[in-house]
Design a protein around this ligand. Structure first.
Ligand SMILES: Cc1cc2nc3c(=O)[nH]c(=O)nc-3n(C[C@H](O)[C@H](O)[C@H](O)COP(=O)(O)OP(=O)(O)OC[C@H]3O[C@@H](n4cnc5c(N)ncnc54)[C@H](O)[C@@H]3O)c2cc1C
Length: 412
């Protein structure tokens, strides 16, 4: 079949690569260059352990304190609050313990096979140097602080995630530049990361092109349909592309197109920021998730990346780089000798549904349109497994992951 893939982020590119393995012809449609959306500047963690939803039990109680703290991990733009309020209420409902257990189990099934799903794509593209499997440290200032996150860690363990407690001495041996900052950690040895998320997407996309994919730099505006069949995708440059099928993988920009395909979903952008310290004179060996600081650190090819924060302000407002300045301040706190003479800042739109589950499945009103978006904070992790499952759906094969929790119908 000739499949048009909308979006050249990690989800669209991995999906296209899996479709090509089945012999389909792919045309990409995207207004941004490959890997230049949210997939560009994320923290690059590839974590089978990242199965917990964003909304955890009791989290809502911390929200008022976070909102009044200018350095807090959450910001809601005042004029955006009325728009996002219904979404937030759904988010709180999804953070009840029973719901969290259900969501985490579904996410774990999507995340457990991530390296099985990435490896053939990465090897085929010759991009092995961009993927590392060195583990992730969930780092805490004290054991008591770690205990506050114990319920989530136990849930991960119950779902089969390998985790090992690390004391202060072992932590200092593993990460000498953070000696004394963290006195307890949990090591997820099976986790990995990429040294360049945007570079990984570009490498996979370039391989898709070498395998015959065509790329059109334009935005999709709608679909030409005959009954329940999409015949063509309409573009904002006035053209349209005839197709046998379409995959919607436009990240945070997917909602309007999804509604046109009969699947209305409450998709929001959780804007996140990074600062990358290019002049960094510190060395990290693992991905570090520091919950108390609400940030993730990852040594990247171009320097030390510190990423985090959640901001609700919609898709159109310009970035507020004070959020990235806060991340840099926290970095200085953790590494007092950090050389910050050369840094870059960035903001990206995490595509988020209120229950933290992506939408993966067939569109409501078209038999040949498939949805693959809403991967919130873990799109890099879940890119390749999502792509494999979409290819299974397109081929009419049984899926390897139970996709029922991911259907758009859950919002109807
Ligand atoms: C600060 C931060 C840190 C993060 N850290 C991690 C991490 O460590 N690990 C992890 O797994 N995830 C992380 N994430 C989340 C991850 O980056 C996202 O989940 C992922 O990039 C989403 O990929 P995507 O392909 O869905 O979207 P994107 O990469 O945003 O791609 C969307 C694509 O859709 C295209 N598009 C837009 N409109 C249209 C249209 N009308 N027609 C056609 N195409 C369109 C765009 O041009 C783009 O190509 C982080 C995010 C942020 C912000």
């Amino acid at each position: 079949m000739h499949i048009v893939v909308l979006g050249t982020g990690i989800i669209g590119v991995c999906t296209a690569a899996w479709l090509q393995r089945d012999g389909h012809t792919v045309t990409f449609v995207s207004p941004l260059a490959p890997g230049e959306g949210c997939s560009f500047g994320n923290a690059g963690s590839l974590s089978p352990s990242a199965c917990l939803p964003v909304g955890m039990p009791g989290m809502w109680k911390k929200v008022p304190r976070w909102l009044i703290d200018p350095e807090g991990p959450l910001r809601i733009h005042p004029t955006y609050l009325p728009h996002v309020l219904p979404w937030l209420l759904r988010f709180v409902r999804a953070s009840r313990p029973r719901e969290v257990e259900r969501i985490a189990a579904a996410m774990r099934s999507l995340l457990a096979p991530i390296f099985d799903c990435y490896t053939p794509l990465v090897e085929h593209a010759g991009a092995q140097h961009l993927v590392r499997r060195r583990g992730c440290l969930y780092a805490f200032t004290t054991k008591a602080a770690a205990d506050r996150y114990g319920w989530g860690m136990d849930l991960r363990r119950r779902l089969g995630v390998a985790l090992r407690d690390i004391d202060e001495d072992e932590f200092a041996a593993l990460e000498p530049d953070l000696r004394g900052r963290f006195r307890f950690a949990v090591l997820a040895p099976d986790n990995g990361s990429t040294a360049d998320p945007g570079g990984l997407v570009k490498a996979l996309h370039a391989q898709c092109e070498r395998d015959g994919a065509r790329s059109v730099r334009a935005g999709a505006t709608g679909f030409e349909r005959t009954g329940g069949t999409v015949k063509a995708v309409r573009l904002d440059n006035g053209d349209s592309i005839a197709c046998d099928g379409v995959v919607l993988a436009a990240g945070a920009w997917s909602a309007r197109l999804s509604a046109q395909l009969g699947s209305r979903v409450p998709l929001e952008s959780q804007r996140g920021y990074h600062v990358t310290v290019q002049s960094s004179n510190v060395a990290l060996h693992h991905t570090i998730q520091a919950h108390e600081y609400s940030l993730m650190m990852n040594p990247m090819a171009i320097g030390l990346r510190i990423a985090g924060t959640v901001e609700f302000a919609g898709l159109k407002r310009p970035p507020d780089y004070r959020r990235a300045d806060v991340l840099l301040e926290k970095g200085r706190e953790l590494f007092p000798h950090l050389d910050t003479s050369r840094t870059t800042q960035w903001m990206g739109h995490r595509p988020c549904l209120p229950d933290s589950l992506p939408v993966i499945g067939r569109a409501g009103a078209a038999e040949n349109a498939w949805l693959a978006f809403g991967h919130q904070h873990v799109g890099m992790c879940a890119g390749a497994s999502t792509g494999r499952e979409v290819a299974n759906l397109v081929a009419g094969r049984p899926t390897q992951v139970d996709l029922r929790p991911f259907g758009a119908e859950r919002f109807h």
